[in-house]
Design a protein around this ligand. Structure first.
Ligand code: UTP
Length: 296
């Protein structure tokens, strides 16, 4: 029997059209994805993760007032020329490394924030008929190896649809999407047979929550095109995935790394502290200040 390897993941979708109301007034003119964690905008972490995984095309689903994201991924000609003239090579390299090459970034508008599922659906023409990666940039994942790179390995072994999950304390499961596990495939990978958004603690099928990184087959767009609004009156990605589960394989993968929910104030502040403590250029000065503030 010949085993055909699954189609390569070339494109990644980044939905960034949400209003970011939890961060008002900061997000009145600055997109929440442009808020910085230490010294990089939140969106850059997700794009860097996709670059590490070999993604070739970056699709941003944007909305009104999100122009700064487009500018951020453009060439800042005067700035780069000045850095070059001043011999600031490290800074120049940093700018160049995090920028998609010409013609490899697309921006599509979601005119109204009708929900995550609707935002993903807005990318359908640019993604076309091929599997793709999807990152919720609010969920900053920090670790030795990027979450997407780990997921691509799992995808190359099993194909289908892959959902990154992480374990949370049982009493917290009611805040998240939770997966129902079926067959253990080894290497922290399970075939899954169901998922449920914000279950009651006693009804939760596991303690593994969906954490903002997906590899999806293009048939998800067909499901999304007829998906009725669900929880919160929004078109939910989870509902479309549940519908697709009748036809295709879904796997959960428990990645190595830590997630910080930067769409939430405490998560965002924690990300800043944790990533600063992981930086050799910042940690020695920062830690004593932090201990003083904490009254240690
Ligand atoms: P969130 O629900 O966390 O983002 O969506 P939000 O609506 O911007 O935040 P709050 O609750 O008002 O503070 C997760 C991701 O999905 C995108 C968001 O931009 C974010 O990256 N999103 C959400 C869209 O692109 N379109 C939508 O209609 C909803």
């Amino acid at each position: 029997m010949t085993v055909t390897s699954p189609r390569k993941i070339r494109k990644a979708v980044f939905p960034v059209a949400g209003l970011g109301t939890r961060f008002l007034p900061a997000t009145k003119v600055i997109p929440k994805e442009m808020l910085t964690v230490v010294d990089k905008p939140v969106i850059q972490y997700a794009v860097d993760e996709a670059i590490e995984a070999g993604i070739e095309h970056f699709v941003f689903v944007t909305g009104r007032g999100k122009g700064a994201i487009e500018d951020h991924f453009d060439l800042a000609y005067e700035l780069e020329a000045t850095l070059k003239a001043r011999g600031k090579t490290a800074e120049l390299k940093m700018m160049q490394d995090g920028r998609p090459a010409a013609g490899t970034a697309s921006f599509v508008r979601q005119q109204e924030p009708l929900g995550l599922g609707h935002a993903v659906w807005c990318a359908r023409d640019i993604v076309g008929d091929e599997p793709f990666a999807l990152a919720l940039p609010d969920m900053l994942i920090h670790g030795k190896r990027g979450c997407f790179a780990q997921m691509v390995d799992v995808y190359n072994r099993h194909g289908g649809n892959i959902i990154a999950v992480e374990e949370v304390p049982h009493e917290h499961v009611n805040r998240y999407g939770v997966v129902a596990l079926a067959e253990d495939m080894g290497n922290e990978t399970f075939r899954i047979t169901g998922m449920v958004e914000k279950p009651k603690v006693e009804d939760a099928p596991s303690d593994l929550i969906i954490s903002g990184r997906y590899i999806l087959q293009p048939e998800i767009f067909t499901k999304l095109s007829t998906q009725k609004p669900g929880a919160g009156g929004e078109i939910q990605l989870t509902d479309a995935m549940i519908a697709l589960m009748d036809e295709q394989k879904f796997f959960s993968y428990r990645f190595e790394g830590t997630t910080y929910d930067c769409g939430d104030k405490v998560g965002y502040l924690t990300a800043n502290v944790a990533l600063a403590l992981d930086r050799p250029d910042i940690e020695p000065k920062f830690r004593p200040l932090l201990e003083k503030l904490a009254g240690k």
